[in-house]
Design a protein around this ligand. Structure first.
Ligand code: TYM
Length: 350
């Protein structure tokens, strides 16, 4: 048995255009875990500024992610919803992790390579050390489980490497401070990458991930899209000319078909096998309208609630403020422990 209390942490960047991938890969999983675990769901505004953000738009985007969390079913009385910059421990622990993680580890991060592209020399240094801040987000609460989409897997492996190295480097000191020397100070956090939609693909190109930054709005379903727009995007989604197979094996080498079946399965809370049981042999002219109806039934109420919450900034700010207080109360003693272990001298009273 782990000495660490089970705790869930995850985050979404407030960078606009929350989409079906964020919803199915992450947010629906967040909702599912709040009945079984204490959960913290963060709007990671400090991660957002690793690339330029217009300040006024950033503020609106922070509230929008908080609204999406609530509209999708995260209960702010149960789970802690807050924005990262309000809890100073994130930045403090990230600095310590900048000194634990190795250049070689970060050089291997594929997301940095994708985001920096050819213009590496001009990328912010924050973008390079971004995974260290992510490790700090998680370990500041000694979170044991992190639900994410497939694209975050490598970052979570790095989080485990950082926890392990900190535990090893400071093993003697951790024991001296009265912590369990076997367990170390930080847990080795488990990623939760589960369900039929851990990697939702673009509706225009089945081999490309659905993404906020795709220039084509037809490539993604945004959480704020209305019913007509959702239906139109599904109608226009790229497919091949074959009927749907009856077995999942038949989806190999058919990335567009596999993507739409995965989306249907996730929205219906079925397995892809069940979906193919129902639709095997059907043409897309039958499957797409069924998928559009399901997507509208599931997503349009969320969009409506997000629109309502957009006008209630006082409520959203109150949720975020109360959440930050609760998060800070968990983070403070963990951070003080890190400072003591590291050998920082605490000189201030109170
Ligand atoms: P972000 O903001 O890019 O995405 C938020 C969540 O959505 C998932 N996701 C997808 N899932 C399935 N299919 C897709 N096409 C798709 N696109 C995005 C992501 O995997 C993620 O779970 N670095 C993180 C935010 C973060 C974080 C953390 C997450 C910062 N600190 C600590 C967990 C724990 C990010 O950029 O997510």
């Amino acid at each position: 048995m782990s000495v660490f209390e089970p705790r869930v942490f995850s985050g979404v960047q407030p960078t606009g255009n929350l989409h079906l991938g964020n919803y199915l890969g992450a947010i629906t999983r967040f909702v599912a875990m709040q009945d079984t675990h204490p959960c913290l769901y963060c709007v990671v505004d400090m991660h957002a500024i690793t690339v330029w953000q217009e300040p006024a738009e950033l503020q609106a985007a922070i509230r929008e992610v908080a609204s999406a969390y609530i509209a999708a079913g995260i209960d702010p009385k149960k789970s802690i919803i807050f924005n990262q910059s309000q809890v100073s421990g994130h930045a403090e622990l990230a600095w310590i992790f900048n000194c634990v993680a190795r250049m070689g580890w970060l050089n291997r991060m594929t997301q940095f390579k994708e985001k920096a592209g050819k213009n590496r020399e001009n990328a912010s240094t924050g973008l390079f050390v971004y995974p260290n801040l992510m490790a700090a987000d998680i370990l500041l609460y000694r979170a044991t489980h992190v639900p994410v989409g497939e694209d975050q897997k490598q970052h979570l492996e790095l989080t485990r490497d950082i926890a392990q190295k900190f535990n090893n480097d400071y093993a003697g000191r951790i024991a001296d401070m009265g912590h369990d020397p076997e367990a170390g100070y930080f847990p080795l956090t488990e990623p939760i990458i589960a369900g039929p939609a851990t990697r939702v693909m673009s509706l225009r190109e089945g081999t490309k991930k659905m993404s906020k930054s795709d220039p084509s709005d037809l490539s993604r379903i945004n959480l704020t899209d209305d019913a007509d727009t959702i239906s139109k995007k599904i109608r226009k989604a790229k497919t091949d000319a074959e009927a749907l197979p009856s077995e999942t094996d038949g989806l190999k080498d058919r990335p567009e078909a596999a993507n739409l079946v995965g989306i249907y399965a996730a929205l219906a809370e079925h397995s892809p096998e069940q979906v193919l049981n129902d639709f095997g042999g059907s043409q897309f002219s039958t499957f797409k309208p069924a998928l559009a109806d399901l997507a509208v039934a599931k997503l349009a109420p969320i969009a409506d609630e997000m629109r309502r919450l957009k006008d209630d900034t006082a409520y959203i700010d109150q949720v975020l403020g109360a959440g930050a207080d609760r998060a800070d109360a968990i983070a403070r003693p963990v951070m003080q422990g890190v400072k003591d272990i590291t050998g920082f001298l605490s000189t201030r009273k109170g």
